[in-house]
Design a protein around this ligand. Structure first.
Ligand code: PLP
Length: 545
């Protein structure tokens, strides 16, 4: 039997509860939600995968809008104790010259082990597992140190945890590059057995597998080798060896590409872009696609699943309308705005970052004004940006400005998390996504489709594979032949408005039967292919070999 160890910096391993105050906040966004969906699928099928992550005491920051500005606030993970059991095992890992003790917790439902440094014996290092991706005030001026140490905990600590748990592992699978320092420890073990560095790399390739996520060059983390040596991320390997693995500065993705025998991207177009981005790493394997999926028991409402099984399109439509009304009540509770249940409701929720083009729908103000005044079209937004992403912050602030101009038609919901995601995906009529070609996968569209919410998106990420225009959703053209990005955005917005006015609104208003068929086809698309059941079998057939 092949035993897999899956390392992930963040994970959302729970099912979604109706209690919005409860959430196991050990994730920030898409990467962690995907890891969680994969974990739940593995658990459902009793697959031999051991998941390794960190028990974050604060999770990721929460964002609020105050006086039109986006503010980051601490998001404490107060309920963490109720989700995990003490294995009573600890391990030690070296950070600088300090022997850091890590406690191993087990998540209650499944083979997920979470490392925790929050112990008296660790002094100020105990804060290392407080804030996902750093940002604890204790390390205010040493953000890089905090991040590197967190990655030592996950990667090197994770390897020691597997040993402490007596796991015999056939493949180490890294979900993005955060845990890649583990490989330094694996290489070190080979070298200690008298094997040369080059042979050790080749042996490591037999057991290391990697999933790459971001194709935005700046999103791929780098560190000076001196910093890695200073904090003991090198496990005794010397400067030249680290340079061979990750370059100088040492790139986490570059390192992963150098030491992995097989590498996958998360959608077909994504793998194409990844192969171009990383072409210069000549000894990296070809990056092939395993398109993401979603865990249906998490994301699809039970009543919708039942009606779909009975092929009852009227019932699907009726139930979807009840979820739309729930969403409208929820928005009223959060924002004090009552949307109209009989007008088209367009949902949009994702990280706010440049390539996702949050304000594409508003690029032509007169066109936006027209659909709002003529058809009462309603747009609901949710999402966060990275703390340091000033452009992302600007996007959210722009939406907030628009919501003040059109208070009954444009809404921004604060505090995006998996609960809000499900409400929005389950209750919107249309799911809008407008990336410019750099999307990884875009799983929120799958969650929407699984509930009969119809996708309307540029042909990027999963939608490039899934879209049959006019059958299971609608496309928006990307005019990537146009060099000037502002002009391109305006053309893409024209395409958006064209389909909205000429296909979506006429069908929504006048052709309910066609709309219901499209809802059914949306659910079929996810039920048939874009789910974690198909995804996990592909991982076993194509990556773990
Ligand atoms: C599904 C999900 C994501 C990822 O969705 P994208 O379409 O890739 O942006 C991010 N955050 C949350 C809370 C999610 O549920």
């Amino acid at each position: 039997m092949k035993n897999i160890a899956y390392f992930t910096m963040e994970i959302a391993p729970t099912l979604i509860s109706d209690d919005y105050s409860k959430d196991f906040r050990t994730y920030s966004g898409g990467l962690g939600v995907l890891a969680g969906d994969y974990f739940k699928q593995a658990t459902d099928e009793s697959r031999p995968i051991t998941f390794i992550s960190i028990l974050w005491k604060n999770g990721y920051n929460k964002q609020e809008i105050k006086d039109g500005n986006v503010i980051d606030v601490v998001n404490s993970n107060d309920n963490w104790r109720s989700y995990v059991t003490d294995t009573s095992k600890t391990i030690m890992v070296k950070i600088e010259d300090f022997d850091l003790t890590l406690k191993i917790w087990k998540f209650n439902n499944g083979e997920l082990y979470m490392l925790d440094a929050d112990l008296d014996c660790n002094y100020d290092y105990r804060y290392l597992t407080y804030n996902l991706y750093g940002g604890n005030e204790k390390f205010e001026n040493q953000a890089e140190k905090e991040r590197i140490c967190q990655e030592i905990i996950l990667g090197i600590g994770g390897l020691y945890a597997l040993q402490a748990l007596d796991k015999d592992i056939s493949f180490y699978h890294f979900n993005d590059g955060h845990a890649i320092f583990a490989v330094h420890r694996l290489i070190r073990e080979y070298i200690e057995r008298g094997i040369s560095f080059n042979d050790a790399i080749n042996m490591v390739k037999k057991v290391v597998r990697f999933t790459t996520h971001t194709n935005v060059a700046s999103g791929n983390e780098k560190h000076d080798i001196a910093a890695l040596m200073r904090y003991s991320a090198n496990c005794g390997l010397d400067y030249r060896m680290l340079e061979n693995i990750g370059g100088e500065p040492y790139g986490m993705t570059v390192a992963a590409l150098h030491v992995s025998g097989k590498v996958n991207a998360v959608a077909k177009v994504h793998s194409k872009a990844a192969n171009i981005l990383w072409k210069y790493i000549t000894d990296a394997p070809e990056i092939f696609p395993i398109t993401n999926g979603v865990h249906l028991p998490t994301w699809q409402y039970n009543d919708i699943a039942e009606a779909y099984k009975n092929k009852d399109i009227n019932e699907i439509s009726r139930l979807h309308f009840t979820h739309k009304k729930d969403l409208i009540d929820f928005i009223y509770y959060k924002n004090g705005i009552k949307l109209d249940k009989n007008s088209l409701l367009i949902g949009f929720a994702r990280r706010a970052t440049d390539y996702k083009r949050w304000d594409l729908f508003a690029k032509i103000p007169e066109a936006l004004d027209y659909v709002i005044k003529a058809f009462n079209v309603q747009f609901v937004f949710a999402g966060k940006c990275h703390k340091m992403d000033y452009l992302g912050r600007k996007y959210i602030q722009n939406i907030y400005e628009l919501s003040r101009k059109y208070p009954n038609n444009i809404v921004f919901i604060e505090g995006y998390d998996i609960n809000i995601a499900k409400k929005l995906e389950g209750g919107s009529d249309i799911w809008l996504n407008t990336p410019n070609g750099l999307e990884a996968s875009g799983t929120s569209g799958m969650k929407a489709a699984a509930n009969g919410c119809i996708n309307f998106s540029t042909l990027d990420g999963w939608w490039k594979e899934a879209c049959f225009h006019g059958i299971n959703g609608f496309e928006i053209h990307i005019h990537d032949e146009i060099q000037d990005s502002n002009e391109r955005d305006i053309r893409d917005c024209q395409s958006l408005m064209y389909y909205l006015n000429n296909e979506i609104l006429p069908m929504y208003i006048n052709n309910k039967d066609a709309w219901k068929n499209m809802m059914y086809e949306s659910i079929y698309t996810v039920d048939n292919y874009f789910n974690t059941k198909r995804m996990i079998s592909e991982y076993f057939e194509k990556l773990y070999i």
